[in-house]
Write a protein that binds this ligand. Structure first.
Ligand code: PLP
Length: 391
């Protein structure tokens, strides 16, 4: 039977690669999974008050459909969080979604038509390109300097055409850990304004920052059309519960999307009700668990970056946020980045993701690994990678 042409362009390298790892495991080799950015799979858990809020909501009978836009109290609390980062919004400007993933699908399907182009930071989190393609658009990567965390504004300008409809930013970025500073964000907003582009900004790692202050897009955007995507999977350790949100700023340019996108929220009915209560508690309850989590993974980042940079033929910029390292493979004897990742998996049992899975143009020649596992596991994985590149 036939399938749609659209579906063919959908890829998700981070999970697609797992099939290869399963085969290696079936042959009896133990595999270190450094591919999935899920803190909860590596021993970090939501705090007990948040778990309790979920249980309490179920026991109190909060098991029915919520309103499509999400619980009012939760949206109020989300607005408070986003306002602290610089947006000027209220509960009415928020739509609660089943994760950022669903929010992204809703946003892209609302703004992209056949042949439209969407600028993405190179390299980018794969669903950005997949959803753009699924909705008939063309993803266009722009260059980012991974060492000093700055977008290449001239490169962006040279890639804007009459078909460009939006620029997507991911800060902190997956897969590179790049965090855009205030100056860069201002420059990006200026370019977007000159060309009448939507600014879609994914801030899901906003509190997972190691070395400097985080600046939210809201702080610099004023009344430029900004759509923020954010969620509870990373900072709030609720990945498996699937909850996130879309926040619109007050830009007059967003009038049409604000009227139309909520229809998508209505056709999918609602987001999981008990989980919305837990998300509310995660914002209202004590926040020290975030600091503990970030402090712990900073140690892991420092170890991994140091070890990678000591290896011959590998260089790794220091990720400023999130929990990914994105080393460059400088030695060409391994072939493509995909061959590097496959050979590393088959010979040493370490599962990473090929850089080209995050965008062919700027991702190739790199690989991504997650530094969420314990120091012990990371050290052992680093030993294995070292023996692979030195053999
Ligand atoms: N956005 C970015 C940049 C991510 O890295 C991820 C997960 O890795 C997501 C969104 C997915 O978010 P959610 O779990 O809220 O769907």
């Amino acid at each position: 039977m036939k399938v749609s042409k659209k579906i063919v362009g959908v890829e998700y390298a981070i999970r697609d690669i797992v099939t290869a790892a399963r085969k290696v495991q079936q042959q009896g080799m133990q595999v270190d999974y450094l591919n999935i950015g899920d803190p909860v799979q590596f021993g970090f858990q939501p705090p007990s008050n948040v778990k309790q809020a979920l249980i309490d909501a179920i026991n109190k009978g909060e098991n029915y459909y919520s309103s499509s836009e999400g619980l009012f109290e939760l949206r109020q609390e989300i607005a408070r969080k986003e306002n602290a980062k610089g947006l000027l919004i209220s509960a009415d400007d928020i739509l609660v979604t089943n994760g950022v993933s669903e929010g992204l699908d809703m946003v892209i399907s609302s703004i992209v038509e056949e042949g439209d182009e969407v600028l993405l930071p190179g390299p980018y989190y794969p669903p950005y390109a997949s959803y753009v393609r699924l909705h008939g658009g063309i993803p266009v990567e722009f260059a980012v300097n991974l060492t000093n965390s700055t977008p290449d504004i001239d490169d962006i300008k040279s890639k804007i055409t009459s078909k460009t409809v939006a620029i997507c930013l991911i800060s902190p970025n997956n897969p590179t850990g790049v965090v855009f500073n205030e100056k860069s964000l201002k420059e990006l907003v200026e370019v977007a304004n000159q060309h009448n582009l939507y600014i879609v900004c994914d801030e899901i790692y906003d509190q997972i920052i190691f070395d400097e202050q985080f600046t939210g897009i809201g702080k610099v955007a004023k009344d430029s059309p900004v759509i923020v995507l954010n969620g509870f999977s990373k900072v709030h350790l609720m990945s498996g519960w699937r909850i996130g949100y879309i926040a619109f700023n007050q830009s007059p340019g967003l009038e049409a999307i604000r009227e139309n996108l909520p229809k998508l929220a209505r056709v999918r009915i609602a987001t999981n009700m008990p989980v919305q209560h837990a998300a509310l508690e995660s914002l209202q309850g004590p926040q020290n668990y975030i600091q503990n989590f970030v402090g712990e993974i900073k140690k892991r980042r420092d170890l991994v970056v140091k070890r990678l940079n000591e290896m011959p033929g590998i260089s790794c910029p220091n990720p400023k946020g999130a929990f990914y390292a994105f080393p460059k493979i400088e030695d060409d004897r391994f072939g493509s980045d995909k061959e590097f990742v496959t050979k590393l998996l088959e010979s040493k049992g370490v599962l990473t993701v090929h850089g080209s899975g995050f965008g062919e143009q700027y991702g190739k020649g790199h690989f991504r690994l997650v530094y969420l596992p314990s120091i012990e596991i990371l050290n052992s994985a680093m030993d294995k990678i070292e023996s692979f590149v030195t053999q």
